[in-house]
Each structure stands twice: as structure tokens, then as C-alpha cells.
Design a protein around this ligand. Structure first.
Ligand code: ADP
Ligand code: MG
Length: 473
């Protein structure tokens, strides 16, 4: 079983199973727009997924769920601690222009005074399963996504596909073990709660969308849940906000003349997504009293630099005073994280990474996959950065080594074959705060993504990982 389900099939059966699985995926709505036509739904295809669910130890699944409310509280605490954010990011913003631009908006909003009173976090904490020397596995956090955490919509549709595959193989008992999952419903409930607390019956949800959005069906799942609760969503780009968005004297946000209660970002997490005009639009949104998901401070709380500082002794205790159990649960999921700020500590980390490159990952302050450096590339970068202050815009992380297993990655146009894979588990978290009171804090589902072992980096959108389901063992 450790090699997965592939061994139960002969190669010719694999092809037939893949055809059935793909047809079921299409029927369930596990869809992406194509890379040729990313702005239109005229022609769509299935989102890549595994033929079989991948085995995940149920204890690790439970651990990941149990620590999610702690992560929600932690992110929320960081976002409210301006002094911690300023100190943590001070060296990074000198060398990383994108983080500096975000931080600049944060400072401007603080200076003017925060008009927003209701706060909404929709995040996803991602983990890999580290192989221990004794053969067991440990849950180690890769990162937490505090902006545009995606695939909550499609993840609710993949369980039916894997149940179908197992049922076709007469593995009915196994099929029944695949967990139901509906993150988009939970995410929508968070947005609905924030909308309700904003307290204006005619106000809308504004989804900040990209012009070219292949993952639209994932977003539509949330929009549909909101509409079912009579909450209307409009999709607009940053460009539309700069043309038609405005604030009134109470800093209420209006778009095309309609009041906006909640701004939900599915754009704005990468430098390439911001023109000077888009930065202006982001500032306008941040200055408003609308609920931003996330607000700028919460986006900053999700940077790799903050993640690294959180692992420093005493920081969790400072941010979550009087909550030793939460602190212990959080710390248990931390991998080794190392600052590259100028000084002895950073020098030491660089020396260790150069001495054992296969045990480290070099990460810039970026989201969206494909930005990290490994192996020889990491060595070259470290040699180049070693003496320069630019190194402070990166962090070093211990590389997690998981036990590979066999599965088939189904993608349009790719051959059906069993390859060696590793998985990454994400747990979706939702919280809502009104003033100082946390009125909602929960986990709302999971996402398993699986990729071929030879790829060091990469998510689904980056074209490396595919959607999967945990098969609890
Ligand atoms: P991004 O914000 O671009 O998603 P991540 O930190 O999630 O950045 O890294 C991208 C991918 O790189 C992850 O999905 C994972 O596959 C791989 N990765 C990141 N950190 C590690 C690590 N410490 N050990 C092993 N693989 C990692
Ligand atoms: Mg990631």
C-alpha cells in the first residue's frame, strides 16, 4: 500500500480508469479554463488531478485540523501588532521593493487611522509530511497563505471523482473512506458573516479578479454560495477600481455607485499584478471602511520573513500570551527557519546551507509558486548574495523530505503512467473579528496537492502539482 494504488492495475487498465476519472471530473465541475483562452469559458478542460487518492496518516490530518484555529489567531495577532511587523520587515523592505510597497500602504493607513472595524481572514496553512528516521512521518508547515488562498472550490468536487474510481474497481469500502470536503462553503460563510457585521443590506461583495483567470470555477463556487445567501458579488479588476471606485466622507467604498461591504482579493499577491495605477487602487481600497480580505497588515503577516521570525524563541509567547497550549501546537509544526539578515546569525545559516545544500531551500518574499531556489541554483545565489544586504530579502528554510509513493498525475495531453510523488496538505481557516472580539474562528476543509518527486517547487497554478484527496490510514 505504501506504493499507492497503481500496483493494483495493469497498464492497459490504467488508461481506461483514467478515461473514466476524467469524464467524472468534467461532470463534477473540476474545471480550469485553458492556457490558450484564459479569459473565456467557451472552451474549458479538467483541472489536473491524481487518478487515486493518496495515503495520509489520519493522525497528521487531525493534527493539521487541530492547529488551524491557532494559526488563525496567530495571523490575526500579527496583523494587529504594528511594532512587530515593522521590526520584522525592516531589513526586508530595504531590499525587496514589492514588500516595501505593501508596507508603505500599511504605514499610510495606520497614519490616517484604520476605518475598517470588521476583519476577515480566509487562509490556508500548507504542510508536508517529513520522513523521520524511524519510518514515521511528522507534519511540517511549508507556509501559510493569507491572500488568495485557492482551490477551496474545486477541492469540494474531487472526492466524488476518487470515490468513482474506487467504486469502478469494486473498492466500495475504500471509496466510503474518502472524506467529504467543502471549503468553499466555509469560506463563503466567513465572507457572509463579515458582510452581515458590516451592516448594510444593499452592500455588495467586490471580488478583485485578474483579467486572465484560468481558475474561475474555483472562485465561482464561493460566489454561488454567497448568492444562495442573497449576497451579491461583483467581479472587478484593480483597473476598474481606479476608474470607478470612490470613497465618501465616512470612507465608505463605492464601486459603480454601489456600496461595497467586503473586498475579496483573488489578485494582488505578486509584483507583476501591480501597475502604478493598481497600487493607487489598492491604497484606495485599504483606506476604506469595507472589510478587506485580507487587509494589508494581514497580507504582510503572510510573508515568508514573518514566518521565519515567528519561529524565533519567545515570539509565539509574546504574540499569544497566556496560551501555552496553542504555542506548543504551533511550534510542533515548524520546520527550521533561518534569517539571512546581515550579521553572525545570517552568516552561520549561509555557511550551513553551503555545506549541505540538499537540506535547505532559499525563499524570496514571493507567492504563487516557482520562486524558491534549491540545490546548485541555491548555492550560486547564496555565493552571489553572501556579502550583500540583498540577502535580507530572502529566508532560508530546512528542506522537508517526504516518503515518495506511486500515483498517476492526470493532465490534459499527458501520458497516463505511475510516477513517484509527494503530497502537500492544506487546511483552510476562517476567522472574523469585530473590533477586539473574535466572533468566528474555524477550519473549513482541506486541500491535498500532489506532484512528481523530481519537481522541487510548485503549486497547481504553476503547472506542477495536481489536485488530490487524502485517503486516511
Ligand atoms: P509559494 O508562496 O510560492 O507557494 P511555498 O513556500 O509554498 O511558496 O513553496 C512553493 C513549493 O515549494 C511548495 O508547494 C513545496 O512544493 C516546495 N517547498 C517549499 N518549501 C519547502 C520545504 N521547506 N521543503 C520542501 N519543499 C518545499
Ligand atoms: Mg505555497
Amino acid at each position: 500500500m505504501a506504493t499507492g494504488w497503481g500496483s493494483i492495475l495493469r497498464d492497459e487498465q490504467l488508461e481506461e480508469m483514467a478515461r473514466q476519472a476524467v469524464d467524472r471530473a468534467l461532470a463534477e465541475g473540476v474545471l480550469l479554463r485553458t492556457s490558450q483562452e484564459p479569459s473565456s469559458s467557451d472552451v474549458v478542460s479538467y483541472a489536473p488531478f491524481t487518478l487515486f487518492p493518496s495515503l495520509v496518516p489520519s493522525a497528521l490530518l487531525e493534527q493539521a485540523y487541530a492547529v488551524q484555529m491557532d494559526f488563525n489567531m496567530l495571523v490575526d495577532a500579527v496583523s494587529q501588532n504594528a511594532a512587530f511587523l515593522e521590526q520584522t520587515l525592516s531589513s526586508t523592505i530595504k531590499r525587496d521593493n514589492f514588500t516595501a510597497c505593501l508596507f508603505d500602504i500599511h504605514k499610510q493607513v495606520l497614519k490616517e487611522g484604520i476605518a475598517q472595524t470588521v476583519f476577515l481572514g480566509l487562509n490556508r496553512s500548507d504542510y508536508m509530511f517529513q520522513r523521520n528516521a524511524d519510518g514515521s512521518a511528522a507534519l511540517k508547515q511549508i507556509e501559510i497563505n493569507t491572500i488568495s488562498a485557492s482551490f477551496g472550490g474545486l477541492a469540494s468536487r474531487t472526492p466524488a471523482v476518487h470515490r468513482h474510481v474506487l467504486n469502478v474497481l469494486s473498492k466500495t469500502k475504500e471509496a466510503a473512506k474518502i472524506l467529504s470536503n467543502n471549503p468553499s462553503k466555509g469560506l463563503a460563510l466567513g465572507i457572509a458573516k463579515a458582510w452581515e457585521l458590516y451592516g448594510s443590506a444593499n452592500a455588495l461583495v467586490l471580488l478583485i479578479a485578474q483579467e486572465k483567470e484560468r481558475n474561475i470555477f474555483d472562485q465561482r463556487a464561493i460566489e454561488n454560495e454567497l448568492l444562495a445567501r442573497n449576497i451579491h458579488v461583483i467581479r472587478r479588476r484593480f483597473e476598474d477600481v481606479s476608474e470607478k471606485g470612490s470613497l465618501d466622507q465616512d470612507r465608505r467604498l463605492f464601486m459603480d455607485g454601489q456600496e461595497v461591504a467586503v473586498v475579496y482579493f483573488r489578485d494582488g499577491y505578486m509584483p507583476s499584478q501591480y501597475s502604478p495605477q493598481n497600487w493607487e487602487a489598492r491604497l484606495l481600497l485599504e483606506r476604506s471602511c469595507a472589510v478587506k480580505c485580507p487587509d494589508i497588515a494581514t497580507q504582510l503577516a503572510g510573508t515568508k520573513k514573518v514566518q521565519q521570525e515567528l519561529s524565533r524563541m519567545g515570539i509565539l509567547e509574546m504574540l499569544l500570551p497566556g496560551q501555552p497550549e496553542s504555542v506548543a501546537r504551533l511550534r510542533a509544526t515548524f520546520a527550521g527557519l533561518y534569517s539571512l539578515d546581515m550579521g553572525e546569525e545570517g552568516d552561520l545559516a549561509i555557511a550551513e546551507a553551503l555545506a549541505a545544500p540538499s537540506q535547505f531551500v532559499l525563499k524570496p518574499q514571493r507567492e504563487g509558486g516557482g520562486n524558491n531556489l534549491y540545490g546548485e541554483e541555491m548555492v550560486q545565489a547564496l555565493e552571489r548574495l553572501k556579502e550583500s544586504e540583498e540577502r535580507a530579502s530572502y529566508i532560508l528554510m530546512e528542506k522537508i523530505e517526504a516518503e515518495p509513493f506511486g500515483n498517476c498525475l492526470l493532465r490534459p495531453g499527458s501520458p497516463v503512467q505511475v510516477v513517484q510523488c509527494i503530497s502537500e496538505l492544506g487546511i483552510f481557516g476562517v476567522y472574523v473579528r469585530q473590533g477586539k472580539t473574535l466572533v468566528m474562528n474555524k477550519h473549513v476543509g482541506h486541500l491535498l496537492r500532489t506532484k512528481a518527486m523530481e519537481h522541487a517547487d510548485g503549486g497547481v497554478a504553476a503547472g506542477v502539482a495536481v489536485l488530490d484527496n487524502p485517503y486516511p490510514v
